[in-house]
Ligand binder design. Sequence first.
Ligand SMILES: Cc1ncc(C[n+]2csc(CCOP(=O)(O)OP(=O)(O)O)c2C)c(N)n1
Ligand SMILES: [Mg+2]
Length: 915
Amino acid sequence: MSAGEENSHIRSGLTNQLPDRDPEETREWLESFDQLLEIHGTERAEYIVRTLLQRAGAKSVDIPMVTTTDYVNTIPVDQEPEFPGDEELERRFRRILRWNAAIMVHRAQKEGISVGGHISSYAGMATLYEVGLNHFFRGADHPGGGDQIFFQGHSSPGNYARAYLEGRMSEEDLDGFRQEKSQAPHGLSSYPHPRLMPDFWQFPTVSMGIGPMNAIYQAQFNRYVQNRGIKDTSEQHVWAFLGDGEMDEPESRGMLQLAANEKLDNLTFVINCNMQRLDGPVRGNGKIVQELEAFFRGAGWNVVKVLWGREWDQLLDRDDDGELVRIMNETLDGDYQTYKAESGEFIREHFFGRSEKTKEMVSDLSDDDIWNLKRGGHDYQKVYSAYQAAAQSEGKPTVILAQTVKGYGLGPSFEGRNATHQMKKLSVDDLKLFRDTLRIPVSDEQIEADPYNVPYYHPGEDAEEIKYLHERRKALGGPLPERREPVNTLELPGDKAYAQAKKGSGKQQAATTMALVRQLKDLMRDKNIGHRIVPMFPDEARTFGMDSFFPTAKIYNPKGQNYISVDRELMLAYKESEKGQLLHPGINEAGATAAFTAAGTSYATHGEPMIPFYIFYSMFGFQRTGDSFWAAADQLSRGFVVGATAGRTTLVGEGLQHLDGHSPLLAATNPAVKHYDPAFGFEIAHIMRRGLYEMYGDHDGVEIDRNVMYYLTVYNEPVTQPAEPEDVDVEGILRGIHRVSVGETDGPKVQLLASGVSVPWAQEAQQLLADDWGVSADIWSVTSWNQLRRQALDVEQAAMLDPEKEPEVPYVTQKLAGAEGPIVASTDFSTQVPDQIRQFVPHRFATLGADDFGFSDTRPAARRHFRIDSHSMVVRALQMLADEGSVDPSLAEKAYEQYQLSDVNAGTSGAADED
Ligand SMILES: Cc1ncc(C[n+]2csc(CCOP(=O)(O)OP(=O)(O)O)c2C)c(N)n1
Ligand SMILES: [Mg+2]
C-alpha cells in the first residue's frame, strides 16, 4: 500500500468543475512543486504537501479527508515533547512489574491449582500502562477528580503486580490470583471485577467490546453531569486500553460516531496493536493499524499512530527517497509478527533486504542492533508524546494506535508466537532468560529449587525506584485502579410522591406503562432526588407515552437545539438542550445499557448518586444486551430497568420478534436483578419506593444490598387500575405475592395465581367460576416469581447448612399455607416463569403460559391460542378440582364446550386498545 495509491481518492475527491480563474498562478504552483520533487525527492515533497493539507484543514479550507497516512509515527520527532520522567528509574521498576506479573501467573499453575491466567498481553503493554500511570492518569484525590481508566481485562496481572510494588497487595495476595475463595481474604479475581474486588477495580472489561462502549458512554456521562451542573468533570479523562483483536467486535466500533459527534475530547482509546489475537494474527494479510486509522478517522476521531521506537528515527531521517517508508507501508502484519519471533538476521534479510537501498541503510548495523530497533509502543518517549497529544486534543476523541510485540521480553518461546496468548507457564530456561533480560536479582538456585515457586521481587520501600513510583502516584492523586464509594444515602421522597398511584384510575382504564410513567414523573418533581433521575430510552419515548417529558425535562444534547423544530408550536414539542435531563441514545439498546451503567455507578465514580430509569421494549433488553447487563451488575450499578410492552400476547399487532415471553427468565439469571411483574399502579409505587430505599435509603444498620437493579415489566393494555386497598399487603407486594381478592362463593375452592397483565384475566375467571360452576376462587397477584424462588432457595440452603435449627418456611409456602384447593398459575410469559415456585407450593399446581414464539393477532385470539385466557383458567381449575374429587369430571368437559376453548375466535380476554 503506497502512500500514493492510498491517497488517490484525494484527487478524485477534488475533481472539481470550477474553471481555472488564473492559469498563470496555477502553473507557478505546479512548477514549484515539480522543482521541489526534483531537488529534494519524494519524501520531502510528500511532507510539504501533507503540511499544506494540514494547514488547509486548520484554515477551514475544505479538503477531502486522507483516511490513512504512511506507516510511520504520527508525531514527527521534532514535535515530540521532552519526556519529563526519569526514564532509567521507570525502566527499572517496569522490569520488576513485568517479572512479578509473569511469576504470579506462573505460580498459579502449580500442580493441583492450575487456574490459568495470561502473561503475554501485559508483557507487551507494560509501557503503555506505565507512561500513563507515571505521568497522566489521575487518582481519586486529584483536585480535578480522578480519571476513569478501563484497563484491559486479561492484563490484570500487571495491575496486581503494581499494587504489590506500591504496597497495596502482599505476596499472599499475589498467590491468591484466581483462587478467590480458597485463598480468601487474599484471593484475587482473574479479571477486573468490581463486584468481586470493590475497593480495587472500577470497570469490568474482559467481555470484549463492552469496555469500548462503556468508556464512550462514561465520557458522555461525565459531560452530562457537567452540563447539568451536577459536578465539574472538566479535568477528568476517560482512557480505555483495548486489544487490536477486540476491535473486531461490532460493539467496539459501533459507537465511535457518538464520541465524535459529541466532541468527547475527554476520551482516549489506547489500542495495543500487537497484531495478534487469541489464535493468531489479527490481519495477517493486511494491516490492522491502517484499517483502524481509516475507520476512526472516518468516524471523526483524532488518530495518533505510535509505530516505531526512537532507534528508527535516524533511519527514517536518512530515508530521502521514501524507500524505507515504502517497505514499511507494504509489509503485512503477518510478516511483522514473524520478524519479532525470529532474529536480527532474519529481519535484515526479509525486511531491509527487500530493497537495495534499505539493505544498504542497515549495512553498518549488527544483527543485534537490528533486533533492538523497537516498536513504538515500547518506547517511553514516543508513548509519552502520543498521550500528551491525546490529553491536549480539542474537540475530538483520540485513538492511539500503538504497535507492540505480544509477549515482549519473555524470550523466544513467547514473543510473537501464535500460541503466546494462552501460555501460562515458563520453563526453567525461559525463567532464567527472562530474569536476565529483566535483570532481576534472583539466582539460578532459587529458580531451580522450586520452579513453580520462583520468588517475587520487591527491592524494598527505600529503593530509589520505589520512592519514585510513590512520588509519581502521589503527585497524580493516588493509586489506580481504585474504587471508592463516597456517597450511599439520599433523602428519599415521602408518601406524597406516591399518593397519586394509590388512587387508581377511577372509571378510566390505564396501562401499567402509563402508571409507571406517571409515578416516574412524580418522582422527577421531588426536590431532593428529582434532578438525579436519568430517564433514558432508545427511541421509544412516544411508544411509552414519555413524549410528555420532552418539553420540560428536555433531551440532552451538548449542542443544544440549533434548528427550527418542526413541532415547536406543539405542546409536546421535541426539545433538545445542553441541560436536558433525558438521555436519548438513538436506536441503540447497547448504547443505552452503557449509559445506564455510567449513570447507575455515578454514586461511586463521581460520588454523585444518579438514578437511571432505562425504559425499553422488553424484548430488546435482556435478550439483546444481556452481556452488558451482566457487566452493569459487575460494576455494581444501581437503577431501574423497565421492560415496557411486555408479554407474549399483549403487544398487539407486533410479531414473533417483538413479543416477549421470557425476559423474566433472562433477568432471573442475573443475580443483581430483581424482577417485578406488577399488575397495578399501586404495586408499582411500592416497588419503586422499595427500590430507591434499597439503593439509597438509610438502612439504619440493617444489612441490605444496595447494588441492585430493579427490572419491572409493564404492559400497554389499558386495564382498570384499582385504588390501593386499605389493608394493602405491602410486604407481600415487595416479597413477591399478595392476595388481591378472596372468593366468596360457597363452593369448592381454587387459587388463581397471576402476574402483570394476567391478573385481570384471573378476575374474569373468578367471576366465571362463581357464576357458571359454583367454584370459589381466590386471586393472588404474584409481583415476583423470581424473588419468591430466590428466597425459597435461600431458605433451603440455610436449612442444609444448619440442620440442627428449625428450618424456616419459604415465604411463598407460608403465604399459601392456609389457602385451599388446587392452584392455577398463569402469566403472559412462558410457563417456566411461574414454574419457578412449583416445588415450594404445598398444593396441586398447574401453570398456564405462552410457551411458543409470539405472533401477530388480536389479544383475545392470541391468549386463546396459548390457552392462557380466563376461560382456559376456568377449564384448568375445574380439571384440577375434578382430579381431587371436589367436582364432577364432566364439568371441565362442559366448560370446554361452553367456552369453545378450541376456537381461537371465541376468546374474550383482552382489550382492543393500546395505551
Ligand atoms: C466477548 C469475548 N469473546 C472472547 C473472549 C476471549 N478472549 C480473551 S482475550 C482474547 C484475545 C484478545 O486479543 P486482543 O484484543 O488483540 O488482545 P491482546 O492481543 O492485547 O491480548 C479473547 C478471544 C472474551 N474475553 N470476550
Ligand atoms: Mg492483540
